[in-house]
Design a protein around this ligand. Structure first.
Ligand SMILES: [Zn+2]
Ligand SMILES: [Zn+2]
Ligand SMILES: [Zn+2]
Ligand SMILES: [Zn+2]
Length: 486
């Protein structure tokens, strides 16, 4: 029996529910993309491997069709990704127009992924009918938008005009449907060489969105971009399966805006409805009037709603709040030096709740820096900073435990970052006799537990793009040796 069933209602459209009690980490399903291709509004890239290619007259091209390929791919005797469109372009004599400058956005490539979907449709009509056609394209919301007009000219006009797809029974309406389905449902993925692509998965798109997802997916570029979906937490029979279509590490204002602009819907999840974001105060600012209370949106679903202090009831307009957030974000963006981040964290304590997403993103940058950045690498890092890194990781984990609970990739990466300073700190404390042998041993076992949890989750990733997967295994071997010695 499949671990899920597909249901339908007016609020969610089609959605997935657990057909039985599911365990945390349980495998749910796999999904192969219907089509893979360049992202919209991309730089000029190779149509076979997606690496950047010079779009000006000096760049390499396909000998058959004149469209961009990298040097290596241009020597291939047979294409895989580029195969079908290459024939279309060659037969219709649709040449690529060189760009005036190498950094320009390559609008001509916008037609590639829709074209690949249309060509796959011809040879896989059954899957198209069952899986792609029912997908949401939000035609009524997109029609007459600027993007629609651009797509009409740039994609629809091009495919029906010069490429003569009308001869194959393809209509403007069908092309707009494909563009809409891609816009609303496509997932960004990385190739094994870390180039960006978009993939059209059909099954995952059925699971509804939530800003506190209970499933996780790993895309494997080394295996035809196959996606594996698992439960991150225990899910009761009959409960809905949720994935997240936006960034869990953004505040409600930003998540709502991203979902509305890209996916055309407003999220009503538990987290979005709660001004405190489930008690985390992830978007809360400090009150400048009483200097004590938290300032929260009076209606998180309305970006124009006033913000009110929960202690003195002082009101602020949405405009004021957005302006101060923008100023803070601009300031943080400028430098990423450790000293600057540490002093900003201290300075912002009077303005933002310590759990605010801006504070958390600075803490996350510090976690990346301590242990890795030149001048702060583990072998030269004083104990004080090891302790600091442990505290920062724990702060970030306390938030992840709410927004990406259970066996999520984000938690796995943070657990990995946490285990090293724990081991090093315990070691140095033991060496100066601040820890007994027994206490030292206990610390090592705790670090092992953390690392092992991380390794178990990372096991689901594609090793070709997730270096941490390998490191977690090696670190565990090293730690086991250390524990056996202790
Ligand atoms: Zn290539
Ligand atoms: Zn070609
Ligand atoms: Zn939400
Ligand atoms: Zn106040």
């Amino acid at each position: 029996m499949d671990p899920y069933v597909i249901e339908k209602n007016s609020q969610f459209g089609r959605f997935l529910i657990a057909s039985r009690d599911l365990k945390s980490g349980e495998y749910l399903f796999e999904d192969l993309p219907f089509a893979v291709g360049p992202k919209a509004r991309t730089y000029c890239c190779c149509l076979e491997c997606y690496c950047p290619v010079d779009g000006t007259a000096s760049g390499t091209r396909c000998e058959n069709c004149s469209w961009p390929l990298c040097n290596e791919c241009s020597k291939l005797s047979e294409f895989s990704a580029h195969k079908r469109e290459c024939e279309i372009f060659r037969e219709a004599k649709c040449k690529f127009f060189n760009l005036p400058d190498a950094n320009a956005t390559c609008m001509q490539l916008d037609c590639i992924t829709p074209l690949r979907v249309l060509l796959e449709r011809e040879i896989n009509m059954e899957r198209w009918k069952n899986e792609v056609e029912p997908m949401e394209d939000h035609r009524e919301k997109r029609i007459n938008s600027n993007a629609w007009k651009e797509d009409q000219q740039n994609i629809v006009g091009y495919l029906l005009g010069p490429c003569k797809l009308g001869q194959r029974g393809i209509t403007a309406e069908l092309i707009h449907k494909v563009i809409g389905v891609l816009e609303v449902n496509a997932f960004e993925a990385k190739t094994i060489n870390s180039n960006s692509v978009r993939c059209l998965f059909t099954k995952l798109a059925i699971s509804s969105h939530s800003c506190i997802p209970n499933t996780t997916h790993a895309i494997h570029p080394s295996d035809n971009f196959r996606m594996h979906v698992r439960a991150t937490v225990a899910i009761e029979k009959g409960s809905q399966l949720f994935s997240c279509y936006t960034y869990t590490q953004n505040g409600t204002l930003d998540r709502q805006q991203h979902l509305m602009e890209g996916k055309y819907f407003q999220c009503h999840c538990e987290r979005c409805l709660d001004p405190t974001e489930l008690g985390t105060h992830f978007s809360s600012m400090k009150c400048s009037s009483c200097l004590f209370g938290d300032v929260l949106s009076s209606n998180p679903l309305d970006s124009e709603a006033n913000w009110i202090c929960n202690k003195c009831s002082q009101e602020n307009s949405a405009e004021t709040i957005k302006e101060s957030l923008k100023a803070l974000q601009d300031e943080v963006k400028c430098t990423k030096s450790v000293e600057f981040l540490e002093s900003s964290l201290e300075e912002y304590e009077g303005i933002l709740n310590p759990n605010h997403y801006i504070m958390m993103s600075m803490k996350s940058s510090l976690v990346d820096a301590y242990g890795h950045l030149k001048g702060f690498q583990y072998h030269e890092l004083p104990e004080l900073y090891l302790r600091r890194k442990i505290d920062l990781c724990e702060d970030l984990l306390s938030i992840l435990d709410i927004f990406e609970k259970g066996k999520s990739r984000a938690r796995a990466m943070m657990l990995y970052e946490l285990h090293t300073p724990m081991v090093l700190f315990a070691k140095s404390q033991f060496e100066i006799d601040n820890l007994t042998e027994e206490e030292y041993f206990k610390h090592l076992l705790r670090a092992r537990e953390i690392l092992n949890e991380s390794r178990e989750i990372l096991e689901w990733e594609d090793e070709s793009i997730c270096v941490l997967k390998k490191y977690a295994k090696l670190s565990l071997e090293y730690l086991d040796k250390l524990i056996n010695k202790a």
